[in-house]
Design a protein around this ligand. Structure first.
Ligand SMILES: [Zn+2]
Ligand SMILES: [Zn+2]
Length: 350
């Protein structure tokens, strides 16, 4: 994506399945006793996954998706599995698709604690921070009319009925998102943590908030349950191609090495399905190889334009399949922006 940004999704990568904007948003999957992954359905207008952690007297939720309607859908699903209130909401990082539903949980509980890292707290109000936070809401609103017009134009030129149906679904999502964003009530965190480890003792459950270093952003927080051996990573670990736009590629490699030292078996990633620990190694290898390939190409005198297809084909055999499991966030959709991000950040220290 797109995902995180205003870049356009290439036409028609998403099968027409008749889903509407409000139904079939999530699948709640048990990961450990009382711990669920809310895996977001792949949609044109992306939603993050969430983690849902039940305690003896309440619920802790990780991430609130891109919009209140999505958070509301998950909130109702949570009410179906427990009568206890949601005590705490944690935003893994400041990106739009992980926090814009916060208001739903705040409205449901006057005592809700919303926890982030100190850096994320700052990023949420910083216009320079990237694709999230309060300043990014206005940017999304400004970009949506052109995006909607573009989809309408693509519908006119659709080559097949499937493409047309797919685009009409995208259009419906974009229009609904535009409407919803106009009444969004940005709901900021109430608590920021900066220690490497912050332990929450929730009635019957220990939850650690880990700051392991810069990765997908400079404020990524990992939500770790040592007894259950489950960790929620936000986008520092995804089952898609990663988004590097606001990331720190070289630091990210080290942060994933630190993540590998943590004792867990299952990962609730920011996007894609629940994965096991080998995904950490796979993604670290990808970033390591990507950085090496871009550096080498630059050292050989290649321009960004020249090196992009070369690096894409060079890394493809090892990574394309594992980075192309879903209709969203695929290898070929993102390798170009990944190469560019590394070129800008690592080679030119931009
Ligand atoms: Zn995300
Ligand atoms: Zn993100």
């Amino acid at each position: 994506m797109s995902t995180h940004g205003m870049e356009r999704e290439p036409c028609c990568v998403f099968p027409a399945d008749g889903n509407t904007v409000t139904k079939d948003l999530f699948e709640l999957k048990p990961v450990a006793d009382g711990v669920y992954a809310a895996i977001a359905a792949p949609q044109y207008k992306v939603n993050s996954n969430a983690a849902v952690i039940l305690t003896n007297d309440g619920v802790v939720v990780v991430d609130s998706h891109s919009k209140p309607s999505a958070a509301r859908a998950l909130y109702h699903a949570i009410q179906g599995i427990t009568k206890h209130p949601i005590h705490k909401l944690i935003n893994t990082h400041f990106h739009w698709d992980h926090w814009q539903g916060n208001e739903v949980y705040a409205e449901a509980s006057a005592t809700l604690e919303i926890i982030v890292s100190e850096r994320t707290h700052q990023n949420l109000t910083d216009a320079e921070a990237g694709v999230g936070g309060i300043p990014h809401i206005a940017r999304q609103l400004a970009a949506l009319p052109a995006e909607i017009a573009q989809i309408k134009d693509q519908i006119v030129h659709a080559a097949t009925p499937e493409q047309k149906a797919n685009l009409e679904n995208n259009l419906q999502q974009a229009e609904a998102f535009f409407t919803e964003l106009q009444t969004l009530k940005p709901t900021l965190p109430t608590r920021a943590v900066s220690a490497p480890v912050t332990t929450l003792h929730e009635n019957g459950r220990e939850i650690q908030l880990l700051l392991l270093g810069r990765a997908h952003t400079d404020g990524d927080v990992f939500i770790y349950m040592p007894k259950e051996k489950v960790i929620a990573t936000g986008d520092a670990l995804v089952d898609w191609m990663p988004f590097l736009g606001d990331g720190y590629p070289e630091d990210w490699v080290h942060t994933l090495t630190a993540l590998e030292q943590v004792d867990f078996t299952h990962i609730i990633p920011g996007h894609g399905d629940v994965v096991t620990k080998d995904r950490v190694v796979f993604m670290r290898n990808y970033l390591t190889d990507l950085i090496a390939a871009v550096k080498q190409a630059a050292a050989d005198g290649a321009s960004l334009e020249d090196m992009t297809p070369v690096v894409a084909d060079q890394l493809g055999p090892k990574y394309e399949q594992g980075m192309t499991k879903y209709p969203m966030g695929q290898y070929r959709d993102r390798i170009g922006t990944n190469v560019e991000a590394v070129y800008r950040k690592v080679v030119h220290h931009g």
